[in-house]
Each structure stands twice: as C-alpha cells, then as structure tokens.
Write a protein that binds this ligand. Structure first.
Ligand code: S3P
Length: 169
C-alpha cells in the first residue's frame, strides 16, 4: 500500500512532522497511539496501568492489522515501541514507505523532560533511560526504515523538505 509511515523514538517529532506532512502532501494523518486510545476509551498510561505493557503491544499489532487493507495514501505515525515487534515491521513494510526520524538522546531528552504521558520515561534518570533504550532500538529502527532522516538541529521546514524529497508520490 502507498502510505508514508513515520517511526522513531518518543519525542523525535513524529506527531508534529506527521501533521505538517499531512497538510503539505494533502493526505490524511493517522496515529496508532490515538487510534488505540480511541478504541480502548482511555489513555495509553491507563492501559499500561490496568492491563500492562504486553496488552498494549498486542493492541498495536491489532491496530496495524486493521489498517492493512483499509488505509491507503495516508500519513501514519506510530508509537515509538511499535517497530520492535517483528510482525509489526512486516506489517509496516506492507503498509508503505517507512521513514525513520532519527534523533540523538539529548535532543529527545530536551523535548520530553516535562512530559508525564509516556509511562516508559517516568521515574528517575530519564536521560539514562533514553540512552539505554536508544542503543537497543536504534539499530531496529534503522533496519525497519527505507528512509532515514536526521532531525537534530534541523527546523521542521528542513525536515519536511528532506522527507518530501524521498517520498515517492
Ligand atoms: C512508547 C511510545 C509512545 C507510546 C507508549 C510507548 C514506546 O508513543 O506508544 O508510551 O515504547 O516508545 P510515542 O512514540 O508517540 O511517544
């Protein structure tokens, strides 16, 4: 299918870039976190608290399966942990062109340090957590993506132009 899918670590800018790209390419935007919250009728934090992370991960896969066959020529931004599951990576490839918004740990930390909605970054030493998770996840994101866009020290304008250059219309 012919979607543009944005992957990357929490705080790399998927939601904002997705919204702006949607406007520029005149394609609707979908976000797996929002879809899951709508379906469940509660927030991601509540799902983690009451049903656990594993259930949330299953919901991510269910969400992708639903999109396959129904969503085309859209922008899809996905939760930071979604590409870690092999089945999800296969589904993403089938859904379209996967674009990885790559950011360094410090950039991510600066963007998420006041955020309370991401259960995996709560508690002590968020920068240490981000560094450790990024070490594990970075290679997986890189392998899952067709296109890698570095976002550190770049304006949204520059990021969008770089993506537009890569996206096959
Ligand atoms: C997660 C990222 C979050 C959300 C959940 C878990 C992760 O999405 O899906 O809190 O494992 O990286 P964003 O990447 O949109 O913050």
């Amino acid at each position: 299918m012919d979607n543009v899918i944005l992957i990357g670590f929490m705080g790399c800018g998927k939601t904002t870039v997705g919204r702006k790209l949607s406007y520029r390419l005149r394609r609707p935007i979908l976000d797996t976190d929002k879809e899951i919250e709508r379906e469940a009728g509660c927030t991601i934090s509540e799902i983690f608290e009451t049903e656990g992370e594993q259930r949330f991960r299953d919901m991510e896969t269910e969400c992708l399966r639903r999109m396959l066959g129904t969503v085309n020529r859209q922008i899809i931004s996905v939760g930071g942990g979604l590409p870690l599951r092999e089945e999800n990576r296969e589904l993403l490839r089938k859904l379209g062109q996967v674009v990885y918004l790559r950011a360094e740990a410090q950039t991510i930390y600066d963007r998420v340090k006041h955020d309370t909605t991401r259960p995996l970054l709560q508690g002590g030493d968020p920068l240490g957590k981000i560094r450790a998770m990024l070490k594990e996840r970075g290679p997986v994101y890189e392998a899952a993506a067709e296109t890698i866009i570095d976002v550190d020290d770049r304006s949204f304008e520059e990021i969008l132009t770089a993506i537009e250059r890569e996206v096959t219309e």
